[in-house]
Structures are given as C-alpha cells and as structure tokens.
Design a protein. Structure first.
Length: 128
C-alpha cells in the first residue's frame, strides 16, 4: 500500500556524538555503512533482512547534515516517484532533491510540502 510512512532520517553534525546519543538514550541499534556515507537505524527487533520484525515501528537512517537536507525527515512510500513529485508540485510543494537510485533497493527523493516541511519519498524496486 502506498502513502504509508516507511522510514525516517535524522541528519547530524557529529556522527559519533549522534550515534552515541540515540543509542544510549533510546537503545537504537545503529549500523554505519561508510560506503554509502549513511547509518541504518533499527528502533526495535529486526529480522535477518534488517527489516522490522514486529508491527508498529519503522526503521530509519542517519547521515551528515547538509544545506538542502538539514532537518529530520519522514519518508512516504509511493508506487511512482515521478508521479508523486508531479502531484506534490501541483498541490503547492516542491522537489528538493531529484529521485536517486539507492542500490538495488529503490529510489529516494526529497520534497517540501505545502507548509514548507521537508519530507521524503521512497519507491521500492518494482513499485511501492
């Protein structure tokens, strides 16, 4: 089903400090992936695949803050990322970062909504 929140992202200025903070305060399991300059975050039990093993929580990621993506982001699943970005524009939002392939997993993009909030889109390989 599309339209579901499927991921979150938290930018940081100091990766070691941020990983320590969220790991120690909330017990998040954080796995740095240097080749992607990214950290996968598990906020609950996970399956061997790294995906949530229990309903009711989503995983996320952490990365170095930059000028375009400098606030926490909620990511929404869509079947067609290009169509979703067109709908965003038609309804008063704007593309912030064009769609970009993420390994063999899917395609990600960032947009602002009608209120100026930074949000993410995710299209899995083969659809939503």
């Amino acid at each position: 089903m599309t339209g579901q929140v499927v991921h979150f992202e938290v930018p940081y200025d100091d990766g070691d400090r941020a990983r320590a903070f969220y790991g120690e305060v909330f017990g998040w399991q954080i796995q740095p992936v240097p080749e992607f300059e990214y950290n996968f975050v598990q906020t609950g039990p996970s399956a061997d695949t790294g995906m949530p093993a229990e309903p009711g929580y989503i995983g996320g990621g952490m990365f170095q803050r930059d000028a375009a993506v400098d606030k926490p982001i909620i990511t929404i699943d869509v079947d067609d990322i290009e169509a979703a970005l067109a709908a965003v524009a038609e309804h008063g939002g704007a593309t912030v970062r064009e769609p970009e392939k993420v390994g063999e997993m899917g395609i990600a993009a960032y947009f602002t909504d009608s209120e100026g909030n930074l949000m993410g889109l995710w299209q899995s390989v083969g659809g939503g």
